[in-house]
Design a protein around this ligand. Structure first.
Ligand SMILES: [Zn+2]
Length: 460
C-alpha cells in the first residue's frame, strides 16, 4: 500500500500515484472485497424509516449484549437491567472510566471469560490529544459501521469510487507522501506536511503535489486547510475538489466562507472522537446529522438527564456497533445542543445544531490576541515527539512539557520550534523545554495537548 518517495518531482509523484491506484483498483476487483462492498452499499443506501427501525433493534441488541457479557454492566444495579432495557437508565461512560477500567468494559463469555469477538484491532487516540487511551474494536462490527459511514459520506458529496485526497490532518511521523487506502473506495491520499514558508523545499513539495494531484477531497484541520488555500492562491494553481472536509477543531463561519470562495465547492466539518470514530458531517445548513442505525445522540445535563431540544449540555453518544468494548452513553467531552425536528436541509434524523467544543484553550500573545494551538501541536508531532503538552505559563511564554521517555530535543530543533512559534504568534516567544514539569490533567483525567496555566491551575 505504501509508496515512499525520495525525490519529489511532479512526474515521479504522478507515476507513484498511478501505480498505487492500479493496485487499489485490482484490490477492489477481488471477489471477497466486491461482496463486502455490495453489502456496505446495500446498508448505506437504506432509507430513513429503515435506518430508524434498524437503530431501535440495534439499541436493544446492544443493551442486552452488555448486561449479559460486559462485567462493568453485569455488576450494575438491577434497576438498570429491568426489561425493557432503557438506554437513558444506563450510566454515562466517562473517558477516564474507559481509560482506567478497560478490563471490565470488554465483552466476555460469561463462563470461560474469553473475549467475545474475533478479528480485533487496537485503536489508539490520535496525536492531537496525546492521551494514551487504547480502545479495542472488532472489524466485523465497528469496522463495518465505519465503512457504511464512509460510503454515505462519499455519496453525499458525489465523491467518485476512485478518488484522491489532499490530506492535511494531524501528521503521523514517517508517513509516506502518497498512500493508498482501499474500502469503501480506491483512495489515494497525499499526506501533506505542515507548510513552512521559511523552508524552500516545502514550497517545492507543495507545488509538485498540487500540480500532480487531481484531488476530489481536501481533508484536514481548518488551520492547515486555510494555509493551503493561501498557498494555492499564491501559486495560482487551480484546485477544484468535490468537497472540503475539516475535522479536529471547530470550523468558523468566516473560514467556511473563505474556503468556499477559494475552492468553489461545499465545505463541511466532520464530527467525531478518536474512540467513536467519525460520527457526522455538516449539512448545508450547518447541522451535524447522526445516522440512527449507527449512533444514538443525546445531550445531557451534569446529572446525566437528557436536556430539552436546543438546550446546551454534554454531548453523549452511543455507538450501536461497538460490541467488543461497548461505547454506551459515551461522554465525548464536548458541549453542544441537539434538535430532533426536521432540519431546513430536509433531513429528519437527530442533529447537533451547535458544538461548543471541548473548550480547547487558545494561545494568547502579550497583546491579548488568541490563536488556535493546533499549528504548534502539529509541528511538535512532526518532529517525532508524541508524549508532550504545551503549557502557556504567561502571555508570550510557552513551556513544552515532555514525557519521561521522550528524548531531549537537539538545540537545532528547539531553535526551529521557537522560530516557528514566534513567527506564528507574531512576536518573540519565550519557550522552555522541560522533562521536569508534570502534565496538567483536566478534571476528567484527560491530557489536553495544550493548556493555559495560571498559578498552577488549568484555565480554559
Ligand atoms: Zn440539515
Amino acid at each position: 500500500m505504501l509508496a515512499p518517495l525520495e525525490g519529489h518531482n511532479m512526474q515521479e509523484l504522478k507515476e507513484a500515484r498511478d501505480r498505487t491506484r492500479d493496485r487499489l483498483i485490482s484490490e477492489l476487483e477481488k471477489p471477497h472485497i466486491k461482496a463486502l462492498l455490495e453489502n456496505i452499499e446495500a446498508h448505506a443506501s437504506r432509507n430513513r424509516p429503515l435506518r430508524k427501525q434498524e437503530g431501535e433493534l440495534a439499541k436493544i441488541r446492544l443493551l442486552k449484549h452488555i448486561t449479559k457479557t460486559v462485567p462493568f454492566y453485569r455488576n450494575w444495579p438491577q434497576s438498570v437491567q429491568i426489561e425493557p432495557l432503557q438506554l437513558e437508565k444506563f450510566p454515562i461512560l466517562e473517558r477516564s472510566t474507559l481509560a482506567s477500567n478497560l478490563g471490565v468494559l470488554i465483552s466476555r463469555d460469561q463462563i470461560t471469560g474469553e473475549i467475545l469477538a474475533s478479528d480485533l484491532y487496537l485503536s489508539s487516540t490520535s496525536g492531537s490529544t496525546g492521551h494514551p487511551v487504547t480502545h479495542i474494536k472488532s472489524s466485523e462490527s465497528n469496522g463495518f459501521a465505519e465503512l457504511v459511514f464512509w460510503q454515505r459520506l462519499q455519496a453525499a458529496f458525489a465523491i467518485p469510487k476512485t478518488n484522491e485526497w489532499l490530506d492535511l490532518g494531524l501528521r503521523v511521523f514517517g508517513q509516506p507522501l502518497v498512500q493508498g487506502r482501499v474500502l469503501p473506495s480506491a483512495t489515494i491520499a497525499w499526506n501533506m506536511r505542515t507548510y513552512r514558508r521559511e523552508r524552500p523545499e516545502f514550497m517545492q513539495e507543495y507545488e509538485s503535489i498540487l500540480r500532480a494531484a487531481e484531488p476530489d477531497v481536501i481533508w484536514g484541520t481548518p488551520s492547515r486547510v486555510h494555509e493551503l488555500a493561501k498557498v494555492v492562491d499564491e501559486l495560482g494553481i487551480l484546485v477544484r475538489p468535490n468537497v472540503v472536509l475539516t475535522s479536529y477543531e471547530p470550523l468558523t463561519d468566516s473560514l467556511r466562507e473563505l474556503l468556499l470562495s477559494q475552492f468553489k465547492c461545499p465545505v463541511a466539518s466532520v464530527y467525531g472522537t478518536s474512540e467513536l470514530g467519525l460520527c457526522a458531517w455538516q449539512c448545508s445548513k450547518g447541522a451535524f446529522h447522526f445516522d440512527e442505525d449507527l449512533f444514538v445522540l443525546e445531550v445531557v445535563d451534569e446529572q446525566g438527564e437528557v436536556v430539552n431540544d436546543g438546550d446546551c449540555g454534554r454531548i453523549v453518544i452511543t455507538s450501536l456497533h461497538s460490541t467488543c468494548v461497548p461505547l454506551v452513553r459515551y461522554d465525548t467531552g464536548d458541549l453542544g445542543a441537539a434538535r430532533r425536528d426536521i432540519c431546513e436541509c430536509g433531513r429528519e434524523d437527530p442533529r447537533l445544531v451547535r458544538i461548543e467544543g471541548r473548550r480547547l484553550a487558545m494561545v494568547i500573545t502579550r497583546e491579548g490576541v488568541e490563536f488556535s494551538p493546533y499549528r504548534l501541536i502539529d509541528y511538535i508531532g512532526s518532529m517525532g515527539v508524541h508524549d508532550f503538552q504545551i503549557q502557556q505559563t504567561y502571555p508570550g511564554s510557552l513551556r513544552i512539557a515532555l514525557g519521561k521517555q521522550e528524548r531531549p530535543l537537539t538545540s537545532d530543533r528547539k531553535s526551529q520550534f521557537i522560530a516557528l512559534a514566534s513567527s506564528f504568534l507574531g512576536e518573540s516567544t519565550h519557550v522552555e523545554f522541560s522533562h521536569e514539569h508534570p502534565f496538567v490533567l483536566a478534571n476528567s483525567g484527560k491530557k489536553n495537548p495544550f493548556v493555559r496555566i495560571t498559578d498552577g491551575a488549568e484555565k480554559f
